[in-house]
Design a protein around this ligand. Structure first.
Ligand SMILES: Nc1nc2c(c(=O)[nH]1)N[C@H]1C(S)=C(S)[C@@H](COP(=O)(O)O)O[C@H]1N2
Ligand SMILES: [Mo]
Length: 516
């Protein structure tokens, strides 16, 4: 029989703290690296932050169905959730660094370096990437490895004095590094926010102004969507985690491809062209029936057809392939965009230059088409081409290329699942029917009963949504409210449900409310 040496039993707390310190070593050093990388990116090109390049790569690689799920269920928080998830995954993977480094320091270093390599790879694969975009990931890797080695060295140096000081030194250095990482990361966030603050310039007056804007039902129907969406309240949907920072002075617009006279304009040259002002409702194809991705306001811009005529579009082109300042592409059917509607390269919204989040300094806007095929933000280039020759970002992902905005209506008040008092209750909302003569009627049905006509708010034109309300004699109990729109052609909003993919959702907005 073998006799084992008696096990030495250290105090229970020691392995716990050292195991904890060992598990924290990776996340703290990786987090420090990410924070330093984020700051370096914020000072150079914010979009090249390791977190953001990995996040952006995840967005582009995510299957359409999952992306749609995220947009539907996380809404405007989808970007925060994504960046948070990337951060969590990195921190989780890096918990292996400590245990690895304990046996072989080089193993911990290699894992951190591998993480930085993944970020660098993602950075290089972004559209329009240059080797300079590697810098934040490189610096992040160096900072992470350096902090790992520094913490190890400090802890080692403390060891001869006994285990206690080394434990205390370990916790102290880890804590300090974590706090430092948070401070550096927050500084980076602030700097990126500061550098991307909205820029402004004097907008010329429209040569072709819109008419007087009517007072809506905003005051008379509490809870209804305002007739004009404030810029700060306009929904935002795009593939980006940050906003591109383009300065008005450096911006230019190029029209090329199958044209006789390709040209490039500066912003001043664009602003010197005749400007139209129009009230237009913008909608996202990812909006579910009753959803929030729709907004409306007064846009100012240069008629798209003025630009196309100047370029001289050649026979055969059927697609305007527009690119943003980073090379992201959107397709627009040439025939629809130039069929007489008020398509424009917009430079203003509600009397001010576009906010960065909405495309500063210029974006495409095609009334009646969903934003993903007609509203390119941060517009840089419009290339006349064919659908046979080139696919845009969403075309590659299976989305429709011809997607007029489906007629739809939404109940804004009462809110879904609200409790209201019995008696007369005002039901109200918005409806739109851009492609087919505007909203001529909105109808409401209670508990599946007959459709009753609602009162309409003022008309702001066929390209604009319309507010509506209906006085409901509400009796106690749980009730279902539904609304539908009828367009200028007499077409009634369909009850047939369609998912947003591939060409927009359809169905009837239905909510439940309880009446007491
Ligand atoms: N460059 C760029 N433009 C873009 C997008 C984008 O991801 N990148 N998203 C499009 C989509 S899907 C919509 S619905 C509208 C949304 O415009 P908004 O964010 O200003 O409301 O912008 C469009 N333009
Ligand atoms: Mo969209």
């Amino acid at each position: 029989m073998r006799i084992r040496p008696p096990a030495t039993r250290p105090p229970a707390i020691r392995p716990l703290t050292s195991r904890l310190a060992s598990a924290a070593l990776g996340p703290v050093t990786a987090g420090f690296g990410l924070a330093v990388g984020h700051l370096v990116a914020a000072a150079t090109t914010p979009a090249t932050s390791p977190l953001l390049v990995v996040g952006a790569t995840v967005i582009d690689r995510t299957p359409t169905s999952l992306k749609e799920w995220a947009i539907a269920h996380l809404g405007s928080h989808d970007k925060t959730v994504l960046v948070g998830s990337v951060l969590l995954v990195v921190l989780a993977v890096s918990t292996l660094v400590g245990p690895l480094a304990r046996r072989r320091p080089i193993a911990g270093v290699l894992l951190l370096a591998a993480l930085a390599l993944v970020a660098g790879g993602c950075a290089l694969r972004r559209p329009g990437a240059t080797y300079a975009d590697l810098l934040p990931s490189l610096v992040a890797g160096v900072a992470a490895v350096a902090s790992l080695l520094a913490i190890r060295a400090l802890v080692r140096r403390a060891r001869p004095g006994g285990t206690d000081p080394s434990r205390r030194v370990a916790l102290l250095t880890l804590g300090t590094t974590a706090v430092g990482a948070a401070a550096v990361g927050l500084t980076g966030r602030w700097l990126a926010g500061y550098r991307s603050r909205d820029e402004t310039f004097a907008l010329p007056r429209p040569t072709d102004p819109a008419g007087a804007f009517p007072a809506g039902l905003d005051r008379t129907v509490p809870g209804i969507t305002p007739l004009r969406t404030r810029a700060a309240d306009l929904y935002r949907v795009d593939t980006r985690l940050d906003v591109p920072v383009v300065s008005a002075a450096d911006w230019s617009l190029t029209v090329d491809g199958q044209v006789d006279h390709p040209f490039t304009l500066s912003l001043d040259e664009l602003l010197a062209m005749p400007l139209i002002e129009r009230d237009i409702t913008l909608t996202c194809v990812s909006n579910s029936v009753g959803g929030p991705y729709v907004g409306a306001g007064r846009w100012l811009g240069v008629r798209l057809t003025d630009l196309l005529h100047r370029a001289g579009v050649q026979e055969g082109a059927d697609q305007i392939l527009s690119s943003d300042v980073d090379g992201m592409t959107i397709s627009t059917p040439l025939r629809l965009a130039s069929d007489g509607r008020d398509s424009m390269v917009a430079v203003g919204f509600n009397g001010a230059p576009l906010p960065r989040a909405h495309g500063f300094p210029a974006r495409l806007l095609v009334p009646g088409l969903y934003g993903f095929i007609g509203a390119t933000k941060w517009l840089r280039r419009m290339t006349l081409t064919t659908y046979a020759a080139q696919d845009a970002y969403w075309t590659k992902r299976g989305w429709a290329t011809n997607a007029p905005i489906r007629i739809s209506s939404r109940i804004d008040t009462p809110r879904p699942l609200a409790t209201v008092d019995a008696g007369e209750t005002v039901v109200g909302g918005v409806a739109w029917a851009q492609e087919s003569g505007g909203v001529t009627r909105v109808e409401v049905s209670v508990d599946g009963g007959r459709w009753q006509a609602a009162r309409l708010g003022p008309s702001v034109g066929d390209d604009y949504w319309r507010q509506w309300f209906w006085r409901w004699p509400a009796r106690p109990g749980v009730h279902t409210l539904a609304c539908r729109v009828v367009d200028g052609a007499g077409q009634v909003q369909t009850a047939v449900r369609a998912t947003p993919f591939p060409s927009g959702a359809s169905g009837i907005h239905t909510i439940q409310v309880s009446v007491r």
